[in-house]
Ligand binder design. Structure first.
Ligand SMILES: [Zn+2]
Length: 691
């Protein structure tokens, strides 16, 4: 009976109370530890690994799907494939712009290309500059062209060799450097054009992949492949499937050569016993189109952001992470690499970086809290776009044309579906792009990249620049002149900034990398008629692509830029293919491109003239091109503050800017033009033949 008494309702109540309190205590402890874990984001992570060194290898122009580990059935990349199998491979890594300079700038600054201009402003923080500040040795070994110092892409690296041609030389350089820096923390950036045009493979690899029954025009020489690409792109020949395959055979042979280089590089890391503390990253700046969209090149006018152009390999091998055979199918961008490397190095990531670290994905177990990227963005001077897992939108700023691709049902991106989806849906996609661009504009301003600092000593008021005005920079007596109908103003240059050499008419200005020259030019130019002209001589033959001259007409917050670039790939004996590009900044939405031929050591007269709706380019009096005008006016009647001139290995003489198209006032013969040029202009009907 007592026992029954012991189980009185009061005792039962107390028991339940105690159990409840115990349960609540346990639950509270569990909840607190969960919150702490979530806050520190370490719930699913192992101990932080020790990574001392970072080697970033950019194999320029390497299209992801040509590597074995990305689906090429041929044995093109055994070494890279083996690193991928022992490490981490990203299936969907993208370049923001399939073009070497902006893509590499994004890769090394974590900024989208519309944020910066080239050369890169030294005030932009780069991955290299941050690692250097944190005690890392930083070195960049690149192979010239766009990857030279002058473009600012290598800002922040303390040691640079930007003239390394060929893989054996690159390997020698690396070995020497590693031998003396193996005990230090370092960031080594390596770049090669080995799989880039001109397509020509080492003979043994060419023979391994080539079809020996092929009877078409393509041989395994730079001359032959260049000629074929040029003629195909200009629509002068038809491209057969076997020609396309021939070029891919050569391309695969080039990849195999680079793969051999990666093998040797690894042997050195192992020999030096630094492999275990190194994060080795292999990627590229863009892919390459092999006529899938009727064009050979990094990208095509038809489809500038096709996956074959923008999707890049991304392989990370890092023994310290003990992560093996991991394949990641999330979307990532080249701009995500700098924050990832900084997180791996336990360095604070700057707020201005636009990329997001994917370091947690590299660990053995994912951090499940890491947000997935919904889309990756693309941009060029003329196009903008983005890609999700399912869709890709491409917008052409010139024509306003929109294209939309269904990547699930049409992975080769052959059908534009923008016309068959609802207008509302299309608008919402375009709005996404607009928001992206607005954010970029805000960041650009925040980074101080939109403001142009005025030089001291500018004329205090703007000069009246009317229809009869002319601005002359003859250079021979260190002066520039503004001439209007009733007014002449002459000012001297600061001679210290100049590199004078013999010009066409006395002194000429030698343009050398890194040096820039500014002429104060405080005047507003009329938009509907005008001309810019100068004489140009190419002093030194370039081995690679180079920007020969750049004239920037700087307004307070925007500018018009006229750039001349020589493309090294289209070489004939005395001429090289060049492009003169007229770019409206800051949005770079308006660009006109003229393709032309330049020869060496000869003076060229360059005349860029605009009249109403049309723009003309005349080289030596030959009409190189005549195109429709920008959608916005040439100068928009804004105040031009100065003209900035820079370039590489060429001489400029007798720069003139006038407010009338030279084509109509040339007969006044105020200019020192050759009679021959005038005769050509007459023959072309651009000036009155009576004068
Ligand atoms: Zn490139």
């Amino acid at each position: 009976m007592k026992a029954i008494k012991n189980n009185s309702p009061v005792r039962e109540k107390n028991k339940i109370k105690i159990r409840l309190i115990l349960f609540l205590c346990c639950f509270f402890i569990f909840l607190t530890s969960l919150i702490i874990s979530l806050k520190s984001k370490k719930l699913f992570l192992e101990k932080s690994p020790e990574i001392h060194n970072f080697i970033l290898l950019s194999i320029d122009d390497l299209r992801a799907d040509r590597l074995g580990c990305y689906g090429n059935k041929r044995n093109v990349s055994p070494c890279i494939d083996s690193l991928a199998h022992q490490g981490i491979r990203f299936l969907y890594a993208f370049s923001p712009w399939p073009f070497t300079p902006p893509a590499h700038s994004s890769l090394l600054t974590s900024l989208y290309p519309s944020i910066f201009d080239l050369p890169l402003d030294p005030k932009i923080k780069t991955l290299a500059s941050i690692l250097h500040e944190n005690g890392y040795k930083t070195a960049a070994f690149t192979s010239s062209g766009w990857m030279s110092k002058g473009y600012g892409i290598l800002n922040g690296f303390k040691e640079i060799d930007d003239r390394i041609i060929g893989l054996p030389n690159l390997e020698k350089k690396i070995v020497r450097w590693l031998n003396s820096n193996r005990d230090k923390k370092f960031f080594l950036f390596l770049h090669t054009y080995y799989v880039h045009v001109p397509f020509v493979a080492p003979e043994k690899y060419f023979l391994e992949f080539a079809d020996h029954t092929y009877s078409g025009p393509i041989e395994n020489t730079a001359e032959s492949t260049n000629k074929f690409l040029e003629e195909a792109n200009e629509g002068r020949i038809s491209v057969k499937p076997e020609d396309r395959q021939r070029l891919l055979d050569i391309y695969d042979g080039q990849i195999k050569a680079v793969d051999g280089f990666v093998c040797s590089l690894f042997a050195h890391l192992t020999r030096l016993q630094i492999e275990d503390k190194t994060m080795f990253i292999i990627t590229s700046d863009h892919g390459e189109q092999f006529y899938e969209h009727k064009y050979f090149g990094h990208s095509s006018p038809e489809h500038p952001f096709a996956d074959i152009s923008t999707r890049v390999p991304l392989i990370i091998y890092c023994p310290a992470l003990s992560t093996k055979e991991k394949v990641i199918d999330r979307l990532v961008e080249l701009i995500d690499l700098p924050p990832t490397i900084l997180e791996a190095a336990k360095i604070k990531i700057p707020e201005t970086f636009q990329g997001k670290s994917f370091f947690p994905l590299l660990r053995k177990k994912y951090n499940l809290l890491l947000k997935k990227k919904k889309q990756v963005f693309f941009q060029t001077n003329r196009f903008a776009g983005f890609r999700t897992r399912k869709l890709k939108l491409v917008l052409d700023f010139h024509s306003g044309e929109k294209k939309l691709y269904d990547l699930v049902n049409d992975p080769a991106e052959t059908k534009d579906i923008s016309q068959i989806i609802s207008g509302k849906k299309l608008k919402s996609l375009i709005d996404k792009l607009r928001v992206f661009q607005e954010k970029n504009d805000i960041l650009r301003e925040k980074l101080g990249l939109t403001e142009v600092v005025l030089e001291e000593g500018l004329p205090s008021s703007s000069l009246p620049f009317d229809g009869n005005s002319i601005f002359l920079a003859p250079l021979d007596d260190n002066s520039f002149i503004y001439k209007t109908e009733n007014y002449i103003k002459k000012e001297n240059f600061d001679e210290k900034q100049l590199n004078f050499v013999e010009g066409k008419f006395g002194k000429g200005l030698l343009l050398i990398p890194k040096a820039e020259f500014r002429i104060p030019f405080k005047t507003a130019l009329s938009s509907n008629s005008g001309a810019i002209e100068f004489w140009l001589k190419l002093n030194k033959e370039a081995s690679l692509t180079q920007k020969i001259f750049n004239l920037d007409f700087m307004e307070k917050d925007s500018s018009l830029s006229i750039q001349g670039t020589i493309y090294w790939l289209w070489t004939t004996k005395d001429n090289k293919r060049g492009v003169i590009e007229i770019i409206k900044k800051p949005y770079q939405k308006e660009t006109q491109k003229f393709s032309t031929l330049f020869s060496w050591k000869e003076w060229h007269h360059i005349l860029i003239s605009w009249e109403n709706e049309e723009i003309f380019l005349l080289i030596d009096g030959n009409l190189s091109s005549r195109q429709n005008f920008f959608t916005r006016d040439f100068f928009e009647d804004k105040l031009i503050n100065y003209i900035k001139i820079d370039g590489e290995n060429c001489v400029i003489d007798d720069l003139r800017v006038s407010n009338k198209s030279r084509l109509s006032i040339i007969r006044k013969k105020k200019l020192k033009l050759d009679n021959e040029v005038i005769e050509r202009l007459k023959a072309l009907g651009y000036i009155d033949s009576k004068n």
